[in-house]
Design a binder for this molecule. Structure first.
Ligand SMILES: Nc1ncnc2c1ncn2[C@@H]1O[C@H](COP(=O)(O)OP(=O)(O)OP(=O)(O)O)[C@@H](O)[C@H]1O
Ligand SMILES: [Mg+2]
Length: 381
């Protein structure tokens, strides 16, 4: 049905789930990443071993594709710019990626486009930050973010007092942001095709564990007012249109106690906050990406059921050959969908899989999610 070859830079779980969606349409797909043993390599035979950060590897890989996309931002964009000049279709466009990869440029972009985000300034290194504190250009408390290279909260430091200044401050080019009072962290996935059609998924809410201070579940639809839902969706559309990006854009937002919605950051690719769309929406984010890349009508983003998604993380006390405990107990529950990425080795907090729980009743949904959380464990043998 679709003849153009799609090349994906990065062959992890996001790539694997994209490949599974693409298989329904027999889409010609290939991957570039370091090892065929990575999750996408297990479902796609056209897996090129190489480094997506390397100019030559990306350039050579791009020659064998018609359309190129990513599952991770830290790819070599110089090679993508060159491929684009030579006529390849690249989504997200390398110029958009250049902005998003640098948290400093990303924040400046929101300011320029009147998109609400927390106040910030840029700093070159630790010394520069300390000088700016002396000059009262920076005031405690604040959030320091490395401009590039951060992920999963690495590269983010919350600096509240003198003690944090001494122990937590990173010596790197940074964005210094006001510490936002957060009522809820929200995620909205929006998609756009080349024809300019957009579609937005219902808002996702991060549910934090109070003891661990970690995101415990992602719940959709979010428990927010209709007006807040509408504002979040409008903001997501405005953001993807401002970037002029095609494909998926996951927009992370903060809802403040005053009901204001701020953009935290975006990811121009499939996202952890959209895993539930496989089991709980008419069209998954992965199928939607394929539609956007081929510029065909986008699918319905409507939910077929309220859902909670839990990441299956490697147990902090286990490293080695992976073993899953409690699988049968969870499979016995209605509406529990287990996804295993196919990584052979578990490590503390490594993302090994996820579970989507669906139920039309909110109480039951939360109850099942808690059961899965306490029962299904990722350990080593
Ligand atoms: N300005 C801020 N005020 C308060 N909290 C913040 C602020 N910026 C970030 N945080 C907190 O830090 C977390 C991580 O920040 P951010 O999303 O920018 O980093 P990241 O490394 O890209 O993380 P991830 O990969 O998990 O998305 C946010 O989810 C939020 O809880
Ligand atoms: Mg984030």
């Amino acid at each position: 049905m679709f003849k153009k070859t799609i090349g994906i830079l990065g062959g992890g779980q996001l790539g694997k789930m994209t490949a599974l969606a693409a298989q329904n349409w027999d889409v010609p797909l290939r991957f570039l990443d370091k090892s065929k043993d990575f999750p996408a390599g297990k479902v796609c035979p056209f897996f090129e071993e190489g480094d997506f950060k390397d100019y030559d590897d990306v350039y050579a890989f791009g020659q064998s594709c018609d359309i190129i996309t990513i599952e991770i931002e830290s790819v070599n964009t110089e090679a993508l710019h060159q491929l684009q000049k030579e006529g390849k279709t690249i989504h997200p466009s390398p110029s958009v990626l250049d902005i998003i990869k640098d948290k400093g440029l990303q924040k400046a972009f929101y300011e320029e486009h009147d998109l609400p985000t927390s106040a910030f300034i840029l700093a070159e290194n630790k010394n520069d930050i300390l000088n700016k504190i002396d000059k009262q250009e920076i005031r405690l408390p604040f959030v320091q973010k490395a401009r590039s290279g951060g992920y999963d909260g690495k590269g983010v430091a919350v600096i509240k007092n003198e003690n944090d200044l001494e122990n937590k401050l990173m010596d790197t080019a940074s964005v210094i942001e006001d510490l936002v009072e957060i009522e809820k962290e929200l995620g909205v996935i929006v998609v756009r095709n080349e024809s300019g059609e957009t579609a937005v998924y219902p808002t996702v809410e991060m549910v934090f564990s109070e003891e661990a201070n970690l995101v415990e579940y992602l719940m959709s639809p979010a428990r927010i007012t209709k007006e807040e839902e509408e504002s979040a969706r409008e903001l997501a559309i405005k953001t993807i249109e401002a970037y002029g990006a095609c494909g998926l854009l996951a927009v992370e937002m903060f809802l403040t106690p005053q009901g204001e919605i701020l953009i935290n950051e975006v990811a121009p690719r499939p996202h952890n906050s959209g895993h539930h769309t496989i089991d709980a929406c008419m069209t998954s984010q992965y199928a939607q990406l394929i539609r956007a890349l081929y510029d065909v009508p986008l699918g319905s983003t409507e939910m077929t059921s309220p859902a909670i998604m839990l990441n299956l993380l490697g147990d902090p006390d286990h490293t080695g050959n992976v073993k899953y405990v409690g699988v049968n107990e969870c499979l016995a529950l209605e509406g529990v969908k287990i996804h295993i990425y196919g990584k052979d080795i578990t490590k503390p907090y490594r993302k090994m899989g996820h579970v989507t729980v669906v139920d039309s009743n909110e109480e039951k949904l939360l109850e099942k999610a808690r059961f899965v959380k306490n029962t299904l464990k990722v350990v080593s043998d």
